[in-house]
Design a protein around this ligand. Structure first.
Ligand SMILES: C[S@@+](CC[C@H](N)C(=O)[O-])C[C@H]1O[C@@H](n2cnc3c(N)ncnc32)[C@H](O)[C@@H]1O
Length: 409
């Protein structure tokens, strides 16, 4: 048996890391990660138990090189490695931000810094980090109109409003961008483009960790809770892992502690929150298989087609439900229709003479076998409708994908 110290043992270990049991390919030796780790090391970060790797199912992430016990700190990133609004205010942008009235938001400050550092390229002090940020994102902000048109109505509305928000932010920030012109030899119009802001916004939105900061008088009163955490932000999401995360005032590090532990040569995950699939797609650009929080949202507008023709009280019932907050978040989950959805369907199934039951139904009363049956039938029809809508959208997407791949799209 070898001692594990010879050349052969080292070669074997490298091979094992390159092609781990999880089917992952180590990215440790890629130049951009060598540079990033060197840069982080200079700032006091040491982490040998997690290395960057490419996974067949989730893409780039972090893999363990040793067994992690439950309760172990997975990663501890010193404050000097974090990119927060304090970093931005201390930088060459600080005096421009302080001078600007009305004060810009913490989010815009981070976005401007990212865009500016990306533009600085080789002379950027944050180059090793900027280099590992994705060049574009799979979030719906990057979807074409055609693809957005295939999304379920509720999600489509959210995507369009997100798009609008980023567009508005870009439009409203034009004068501030112009105020930065003296910092650049290129025109700021060509640097702070809408596309650049979309990239920076997605970088902040999908990669920051939650960290409360003292509100700066130089920024607007929007919550300042973002921290970009290089390397740590390579951790992918899994809905079933439990971690404790936060800034440790004693060690002055942002730490993630594993609650369940992790085997050697496995991908390490964290949980971004109990998000349903729409939220994951909207904010992070992916959906997790077997997500226990997955739901299908029911747009209340659709209910009309299952009731209104026969029910003269339909509009009144809808108003009654709306006023009591029963028309938001109607969902089908892994276990079927939610209690709220069934309550709505029950109420809409009541006959005109059952007016006295409107309030008891909202409190959970079942009225008659007929009402129960009618509401279950509608639930089934709704389910069928969503399945069909989903299949049609997927078929159209497959066709579009085929066209793109074969150059006719
Ligand atoms: C904080 S980053 C994690 C690292 C990222 N994979 C990378 O290559 O830089 C968040 C992004 O990772 C991807 N991601 C995270 N968890 C995932 C998962 N379970 N499956 C697929 N992609 C995931 C999504 O693109 C998400 O926006």
């Amino acid at each position: 048996m070898g001692t594990g110290k010879g050349r052969r043992a080292r070669k074997k270990r490298r091979q094992r890391l390159k092609q781990s049991s999880a089917g992952a390919l180590s990215l440790c030796h890629e130049n951009q990660f060598v540079e990033l780790r060197k840069w982080l090391h200079e700032r006091g970060f040491q982490c040998n138990s997690l290395i960057p790797a490419q996974f067949s199912d989730t893409g780039r992430g972090l893999m363990t090189t040793q067994f992690i016990q439950a309760g172990d700190v997975l990663i501890a990133l010193p404050e000097r490695c974090l990119l927060t609004t304090a970093t931005v205010l201390k930088s060459y942008l600080g005096e421009y931000i302080r001078r600007w009235k009305p004060a810009i938001s913490p989010l815009l400050a981070l976005c401007v810094f990212l865009i500016s550092e990306r533009h600085l390229g080789r002379v950027s002090q944050w180059k090793p980090y900027i280099d590992i940020l994705p060049r574009s994102y799979t979030c719906p902000l990057y979807f074409s109109d055609e693809v957005v048109g295939l999304l379920p109505k509720i999600l489509r509305k959210k995507v369009l409003s997100q798009r609008n928000m980023v567009f508005e932010l870009h439009t409203c920030s034009q004068d501030f961008f112009k105020s930065l012109q003296t910092l650049f030899s290129h025109s700021v119009e060509d640097i702070f483009t809408c596309d650049a802001l979309r990239w920076a916004w997605c970088s902040v939105n999908s990669r920051t960790v939650y960290m409360e900061h003292q509100q700066s008088p130089d920024l607007s009163t929007d919550p300042d809770t973002y921290a970009m955490a290089p390397y740590l932000d390579l951790l992918n999401h899994s809905p079933d892992v439990q971690v404790k995360a936060g800034f440790n005032q004693v060690t002055q590090c942002y730490e993630i502690q594993s609650m369940q532990g992790c085997k050697r040569f496995q991908q390490t995950f964290i949980c971004y929150g109990p998000h349903d699939s729409q939220r994951l797609l909207l904010e992070y650009g992916f959906v997790a298989p077997n997500n226990p929080h997955r739901v299908v949202y029911v747009d209340p507008d659709i209910l009309q087609q299952y009731f209104s023709e026969v029910d003269k009280q339909f509009a009144q019932k809808i108003l009654f439900l709306k006023e009591r907050g029963f028309l938001t978040n109607l969902t089908f989950g892994p276990d079927g229709p939610s209690w709220k959805l069934m309550t709505v369907l029950r109420l809409l199934s009541l006959k005109p003479e059952q007016y006295a039951f409107w309030k008891p139904v909202l409190l959970g009363a079942t009225v008659s076998p007929d009402t129960e049956e009618q509401s279950l039938v509608v639930a089934w029809l709704l389910c069928h409708h969503f399945k069909q809508e989903n299949t049609e959208a997927r078929d159209k997407l497959s066709l579009m994908k085929f066209d793109w791949l074969h150059g006719s799209g």
